[in-house]
Structures are given as C-alpha cells and as structure tokens.
Design a protein around this ligand. Structure first.
Ligand code: PGA
Length: 245
C-alpha cells in the first residue's frame, strides 16, 4: 500500500527558507527514485509561503495549506481560501489539526463543513484527530476518536486522508509506543469502515523522528506520517521518507 509522508511546517519558514529547504531536498529525493505509486510526499507550509513552496518543490512534493475557511470567497476578512490555494497549485488541505482545535476553538461540526468544501473543489482533505492525555488515561480514546470522525466526516465524500495524532505526543518528544499505534490505528480503521470510509489512509503523527519511524511504519494500518519538528530539516525528513524503500 502507498505510504504518505506529510510535513507540517506549522508557522515556521519564510518563502526564502522554503526555497532553501527544497534546494537541499530536490536532488536527494530524485536520487532515491521512489515511485509515485508507492510514495506520496506532501508539504504543508504556512499560508504566506504557499506559492514559494509550490514553485520550489517542483514535482517532488504535493503541497497543501494548513487551514482554510468553509467558503472560497466573500466578506470573511482575514480568512484563507482553499480555492486560492487550489489555483496556486495546492492539492491538499489540513483540517482540524489539534492546534486549531485547542488554540482557535475549532469544533467538529465546523470541521465537517471544511472537509466537505475542500473535497467539493477536488482537493484532498487531511482530517486530524486525536485524544488528550487525560482522555487516554480515563479510557476514552476510542470514544473521542469516534466522535471526531463521526461529526468531522458527516458531510464528507471521497479524497480523504485521516491523521491520528495523540495530542500528548505532538511536539513533546513523547511518541506513542508501537503497541499504542497498532491498537489505535486498528480501531480507527474499523471506525472508518463503520462510517463508510473503509480504505482511507491513516497517518500517524506526534513526535515522529528518524529514529522511531522505522518501527511505526511497519504497523498494519499505518499508511504514513504527519511530521512536524522532524520535517523542518531536509535531511531528517528524507531519512524518514527513505523508510519507504
Ligand atoms: P511533531 O508535530 O512531529 O513536531 O510532534 C506533529 C504535528 O503537529 O502534526
């Protein structure tokens, strides 16, 4: 099954830094000669660096925006348009990252509209889900994930990727164990199937690094990674991508 390696650059990298990244990345990824049938690379830069990143990536990565509004145009000062991202050449939009949920109070029903809008444009929505440490410790993980999927996908069609990112593992250096990942991905795969989205790729995210990625990628139901910190340097992102070989 195809593996997806997605870089979430969050609010890092200027356009020049994005160009510098791809100056190092492009020749090395071309040397790896990965087949696009087996590997997909996606980079999510911040909004103002989107166009520079698309141009710098050439054909070596698909590019996505980290967020968008539920409409393509209108009187929505300060929002970002998925239609504009598409016109610039983006093919993915990240929806419902835990930082959007926690810092910008994004709710599942709002995210459902984003997923539907993104897909209506023919773009792929990458819906992020994940439980907090408190929820995991009180055995609510599966209930929380199911609600996030049930509501977030209530208006969804196709062109979907799900990223499972336990909130307690994001940016903390605390990666989930291979057992936790295997168990939770199996549960998420079953939930997606129950909701009518069987076969949807499920990425793991949360402190993925070159030294822990090998064990995780082998787990059944892990279709790839959504990588924050370790995707900012071309070399560490490439070391993780090389696992696809
Ligand atoms: P991290 O971030 O790899 O730095 O933990 C992952 C994410 O937020 O998508």
């Amino acid at each position: 099954m195809k593996k997806i390696f997605a870089a979430n650059w969050k609010l890092y990298k200027t356009p020049q830094q994005a160009r510098d990244f791809f100056a190092a990345f492009n020749s090395k990824i071309e040397q790896l000669q990965l087949s696009s049938a087996q590997t997909e690379i996606v980079v999510f830069p911040s909004a103002f660096a989107l166009e520079a990143t698309i141009l710098a990536a050439k054909q070596n990565a698909k590019i996505g925006a980290q967020n968008c509004y539920i409409k393509g145009e209108g009187a929505f000062t300060g929002e970002n348009s998925a239609q504009v991202a598409k016109d610039l050449g983006a093919s993915y939009i990240l929806v419902g990252h835990s930082e959007r949920r926690a810092l910008f109070a994004e709710q599942d029903i709002f995210l459902a509209d984003k997923v539907a809008y993104v897909q209506s444009l023919g773009l792929t929505a990458m819906l992020c889900i994940g439980e907090t440490l408190e929820q995991r410790e009180s055995n609510k993980t599966n209930a929380v994930l199911f609600e996030q999927l049930r509501l977030g996908l209530s208006k969804a069609q196709k062109n979907l990727v799900v990223a499972y990112e336990p909130v307690w593992a994001i940016g903390t250096g605390k990666v989930a164990t291979t057992e936790q990942v295997a168990e939770t991905h199996a549960a998420v795969a079953q939930m997606l199937s129950d909701l009518g989205f069987s076969g949807t790729p499920i990425l793991y995210g949360g402190s993925v690094k070159p030294d822990n990625a090998a064990g995780l990628i082998q787990q059944k139901n892990v279709s790839g990674f959504l990588i924050g910190g370790a995707s900012l340097e071309a070399d560490s992102f490439l070391k993780i991508i090389e696992l696809a070989k």
